[in-house]
Design a protein around this ligand. Structure first.
Ligand code: P71
Length: 466
């Protein structure tokens, strides 16, 4: 049956397209135990021990359940230092499913971001993008560049119902090109989907218009393809022109609009570790292939074991399978709809990898200096042992010039759903916990920093209750 025929039976329930063959027990803690754990973690959910967590919605990164085929692939690891056959399987998969010509494996996404930033960015350059991501922006800055957000305004409004809040505002880009000149803009940085906006997709129409504009000015497009299959699924669902395309064909069409890609394979591609840089240009490939031996390892393994590359090659094929991606995004939408029905303020439309609580609307009695999203993540953990992630002022860091906090418009708590790990019953427990916290929201107090590291402060900062 064609994919679009399957998607026409929307009114029928769906269930996970897999059954469970191995289980991992999780620990249910008491409120008292959670109070101690959170205070020992400095009110930072990144510093909790996973043993103290019941349902872990910190991230969808590296937390997927691999399939039996992937585990079988792990047994076929060729751990040769050079020329592992698993590298060639991975190279074939990247060419076939994404369409890029050259592959440089890395241990995870940020290593690819580091290399492409160092290769393409010169001191004083401007890198426009559809909203920042923490590690992407940091590597652009470390290479001497300045990131400028050119996402459409709708993306900064949690209540706006635009179906493609990941779209680029082409006028903003044209203004930047006029102001700085195309020579100061080595590339446009495009993510599918946009994590910090709430897991929001970009449309192919917008991406194709962007391609035209970039071609006109001879500017490259670098694609953060971390969640490209999820983006492709949303295109199939909501962009009429592509409703009868397969998700797999849409993925290739997206990649075809771009010149190079960084991949954190720990998300879409269903592995616990891995990533890569993919490029079409031979010269950039040469530079990256040389650079990877300095930072990661030989160019036929990057930071990965042979078995990891095999699991990734198989994970890529599974990630574009229609039944998989429909259930994956469907589970996120299920939780989101439940919270919307309960009147909880969330980013709308519901994104593809998690549900994002609007902490400003949830806790209107706290101002941004009192770190509402960080406080809310702590309150949720205390209620039920569900771990979420702050995506607000703490994540946004400081302005490197003034040293002041960056104050993002979006002050969010992300409930991120790992792939193929939790059941619908887990989602129900999460929804009930959020409802309970919402009912008692007035009692939630703010936090202040007591320790703050220099880079990516959200990972290791410590806080105290105000
Ligand atoms: C996520 C992560 C993991 C993470 C990273 C930094 C702060 C908090 C959590 C990682 C991404 C991502 C996108 C769009 C690049 C990376 C880096 N996301 N681009 O969402 O979402 O990849 O972690 O493999 O190095 O929890 P890496």
């Amino acid at each position: 049956m064609a994919e679009h025929q399957k998607s026409s039976d929307r009114k029928r329930s769906w269930a996970e397209p897999y059954k469970i063959k191995m289980v991992e027990p999780v620990r249910i803690t008491t409120r008292e135990e959670r109070e101690t754990a959170l205070s020992e973690a400095g009110y930072n959910t990144f510093l909790l021990k996973s043993n103290d967590v019941y349902i872990d919605l910190l991230t969808d990164s590296g937390t997927s359940a691999m399939s039996d085929r992937q585990w079988a692939g792990m047994m076929m690891g060729d751990e040769a230092y050079a020329g592992s056959r698993n590298f060639y399987h991975l190279e074939d998969a990247v060419r076939k499913y994404y369409g890029y010509k050259h592959l440089v494996p890395t241990h995870q996404g940020r290593a690819a971001e580091h290399m492409i930033s160092q290769i393409l960015i010169s001191q004083g350059d401007i890198i426009p993008g559809n909203m920042y991501f923490t590690t992407t922006k940091l590597h652009q800055e470390l290479a001497g560049g300045t990131f400028v957000d050119i996402i459409i305004d709708e993306a900064h409004d949690p209540a706006d119902l635009h179906s493609f809040k990941g779209n680029v505002d082409l006028d903003k880009l044209e203004d930047l090109i006029t102001e700085h000149g195309p020579d100061k803009i080595p590339y446009v940085s495009i993510a599918t989907t946009v994590n910090m906006a709430g897991g929001q997709p970009i449309s192919l129409k917008n991406l194709k218009e962007l391609r035209k504009l970039c071609d006109h000015h001879n500017i490259m497009i670098v694609h953060d393809m971390t969640r490209v299959a999820e983006n492709a699924y949303m295109i199939q669902k909501n962009e009429k022109e592509y409703s009868d395309w397969s998700v797999s064909d849409i993925v290739v069409e997206i990649c075809n609009q771009t010149d190079a890609a960084t991949m954190s394979a720990k998300k879409d591609a269903l592995v616990n570790i891995g990533g890569f840089l993919a490029v079409n240009d031979d010269e950039i490939f040469d530079k990256a292939r040389n650079m990877v031996v300095v930072y990661e390892g030989l160019h036929t393994y990057g930071g990965m074991a042979g078995r990891d590359m095999e699991a990734l090659a198989i994970g890529i094929t599974e990630s574009v399978d229609y039944d998989h991606i429909r259930a994956r995004v469907g589970q996120v939408q299920y939780l989101g709809e439940k919270l919307i029905d309960a009147g909880i303020p969330v980013v709308k439309p519901i994104g593809t990898h998690g549900v994002f609580l609007d902490a400003k609307a949830f806790l209107p009695h706290l101002n941004q200096d009192q770190l509402p999203a960080q406080s809310l993540a702590g309150a949720i953990y205390l209620d039920s042992g569900v771990r979420a992630m702050e995506r607000g002022v703490v994540s946004a860091g400081r302005n490197p010039e003034t040293g002041e906090h960056n104050y993002p418009k979006l002050e969010l708590v992300r409930l991120t759903i790992p792939r193929r790990v939790y059941t619908q019953a887990h989602m129900d427990v999460v929804a009930e916990s959020i409802e309970a916290v919402y009912a008692n929201r007035e009692q939630i107090t703010g936090l202040k920093f007591v320790y703050e590291p220099e880079y990516l402060r959200f990972f290791q900062s410590r806080f105290e209750r105000l």
